[in-house]
Design a binder for this molecule. Structure first.
Ligand SMILES: Cc1ncc(COP(=O)(O)O)c(C=O)c1O
Length: 427
C-alpha cells in the first residue's frame, strides 16, 4: 500500500473509526497503527515526549535525558503554574500521609470507603468555591466526562449549549450524555442568546463553558453568561481547570475573581495544574454532587484518587487560600515576558491571563522550532499542534512561573530571537 495516498485522519483523539476506511486488508492490525502514525509524521505532529527529571530544589531548571546524555534545561511550559508540586507544605503533607499508610485508596469508594483524606479534601473544595458539596475524581478529564454525562442523563430532554472552544473532556462528556448539543461561538454572548431564545423556556438547558481558555489565554464573561442563564432558565457548568489556584483572592478561580461564584451552578476544576498534583473535582449544590456520586460511571467504577494525593492537594489548596505571593509573582513574570517579546518583535498573541502564546502557524515548523530551542538553547517548550489548536494556528505556549528569574526571561527572549532569525522568520 502506498502510504502517501492514504487519507487517514490520524487524530486518534477524535476519530479512530476513520482508520477503517483506509485499510487493505482491514484486519492487518499493526499496519493500521503504522498508517495512523505515518499520517501524524507526515503532518509534522507526531508527538515526542521529552524525558525529564525535575528536582524540587532546581526548578524551573530540570534535567533532560537526551540521547547524548543528561543536560540541564529550563522548563517554560509547565501547567504546574505555581510550582506547588514542589512546595514544602505539599511535600511534608505527602510524606506524612505516606508514613501513616495513606498510599492507595484500596479500590473504588464503593469498596474502599471514603478515606478520611477524601472527605477532608472535598470539604475544603466545597469551601474554596462557596458551594454546598464537592466530589473528587482521578483527573479533571474524568470529572468533566462523568459530570456532563450524568447531567445529560438525569435531565430529561436536555440541551447542552457548548462553547466552540471547549476542551476535549467536555466534548466527550456531552457526547456521552445523550443530550442534544448546540455549539455557540466562542465567548459570544449574542450567539449564545440566539440559541437560548430559540429553545422553549421549559426545556432543560445546560451552558457548558470554560473560565479561562488555555491555548489563547482568554477569559469568559462569566457574569454575563449567568445573566443569560437566569433569563432563559439554564444551568451553568463552568470548567475552571486553568484558573483554580491562579485567580481570586482565595485562589477559587475566575468566578471568584469576577465576584460571581455564587451564580455558577457547577464548578469543575483540577488538582493537576496550579495545585501541582493530580485529580479533578466538581463543586455544586448537595443534591447535584450526590447525584453525580450516585450515578456517574467514571466515579463509581474507578479506584479513587490515592489518599496521599488528596493530602498533598489539600495542603496546596490551603496554602493558596491564604497566600497570593505565588499568584502575584507568576502574573508579574507573565506580564514581563509579554512585554519583552513585544519589544523584540516576536509574534506574541494578546492574552489577558497568565498564558503567553507565541504564534508559529505551521505544525512542522512549530516542532522544528521547539526541537532547536531545546537542543541549542536548553529551552523546554512543547509545540502546540492540531487537534489541541486549529490547523494553521500552531504555536508555542509559555507559562512562566514564580521561580523564573528576570535573567531567565531575557535569555529566553534572546534564544527565541536567534531561532526566529535562523528560520528566516524575522522581518
Ligand atoms: C479546560 C480543561 N479541562 C479539563 C482538563 C483535564 O484536566 P486534567 O488534566 O486534570 O485531566 C484540561 C487538561 O488540560 C483542560 O485544559
Amino acid at each position: 500500500v502506498n502510504t502517501a495516498t492514504l487519507t487517514v485522519d490520524a487524530s486518534l483523539e477524535t476519530s479512530p473509526s476513520l482508520l477503517d476506511s483506509a485499510l487493505e486488508p482491514r484486519t492487518d492490525y499493526t499496519a493500521a497503527f503504522s498508517y495512523a502514525l505515518e499520517g501524524l509524521r507526515a503532518e509534522g505532529r507526531y508527538r515526542v515526549f521529552t524525558e525529564l527529571e525535575r528536582p524540587a530544589e532546581r526548578f524551573p531548571r530540570a534535567l533532560w535525558h537526551s540521547e547524548d546524555g543528561v543536560r540541564e534545561v529550563v522548563i517554560w511550559c509547565s501547567n504546574d503554574y505555581l510550582n506547588m508540586g514542589h512546595h514544602p507544605v505539599v511535600l511534608t503533607a505527602m510524606r506524612e500521609a505516606i508514613d501513616s499508610g495513606a498510599t492507595g485508596a484500596g479500590g473504588t469508594r464503593n469498596i474502599g470507603g471514603n478515606h478520611h483524606e477524601h472527605v477532608q479534601l472535598e470539604t475544603l473544595l466545597a469551601e474554596l468555591h462557596g458551594k454546598e458539596a464537592a466530589l473528587s475524581f482521578t483527573s479533571g478529564w474524568v470529572a468533566n466526562l462523568t459530570a456532563l454525562t450524568t447531567l445529560g442523563r438525569v435531565l430529561p430532554d436536555a440541551v447542552i449549549l457548548s462553547d466552540s472552544e471547549n476542551h476535549n473532556s467536555m466534548i466527550e462528556g456531552i457526547k456521552r450524555s445523550g443530550a442534544q448539543r448546540v455549539i455557540f461561538k466562542h465567548n459570544d454572548l449574542a450567539d449564545l442568546e440566539r440559541h437560548l431564545a430559540a429553545l422553549p423556556l421549559s426545556r432543560a438547558k445546560i451552558i457548558a463553558f470554560e473560565s479561562l481558555y488555555s491555548m489563547d489565554g482568554d477569559i469568559a464573561p462569566i457574569g454575563a453568561i449567568c445573566d443569560l442563564a437566569a433569563r432563559y432558565n439554564a444551568f451553568t457548568y463552568l470548567d475552571e481547570v486553568h484558573a483554580v489556584g491562579m485567580y481570586g483572592a482565595r485562589g477559587g478561580g475566575q468566578a471568584q475573581a469576577q465576584g460571581v461564584e455564587d451564580r455558577v451552578d457547577l464548578i469543575q476544576g483540577t488538582l493537576g495544574k496550579a495545585f501541582g498534583l493530580q485529580g479533578g473535582y466538581v463543586a455544586a449544590k448537595r443534591e447535584i454532587v450526590d447525584g453525580i456520586r450516585s450515578l456517574g460511571a467514571g466515579f463509581i467504577f474507578s479506584t479513587a484518587m490515592p489518599p496521599v494525593i488528596a493530602a498533598g492537594a489539600r495542603a496546596s489548596i490551603q496554602h493558596l487560600l491564604r497566600s497570593s505571593v505565588e499568584r502575584d509573582l507568576q502574573q508579574a513574570h507573565a506580564a514581563q515576558l509579554k512585554s519583552l517579546l513585544l519589544e523584540a518583535g516576536l509574534p506574541v498573541m494578546p492574552s489577558p491571563s497568565h498564558i503567553v502564546p507565541v504564534m508559529v502557524g505551521d505544525a512542522a515548523l512549530c516542532k522544528r522550532i521547539s526541537d532547536t530551542l531545546l537542543e541549542a538553547h536548553g529551552v523546554y517548550v512543547q509545540p502546540i499542534n492540531y487537534p489541541t489548536v486549529a490547523r494553521g494556528t500552531e504555536r508555542l505556549r509559555f507559562t512562566p512561573g514564580p521561580k523564573h528569574t528576570p535573567d531567565m526571561l531575557r535569555e529566553l527572549v534572546n534564544s527565541l530571537l536567534e531561532v526566529w532569525t535562523r528560520f528566516g522568520l524575522m522581518d
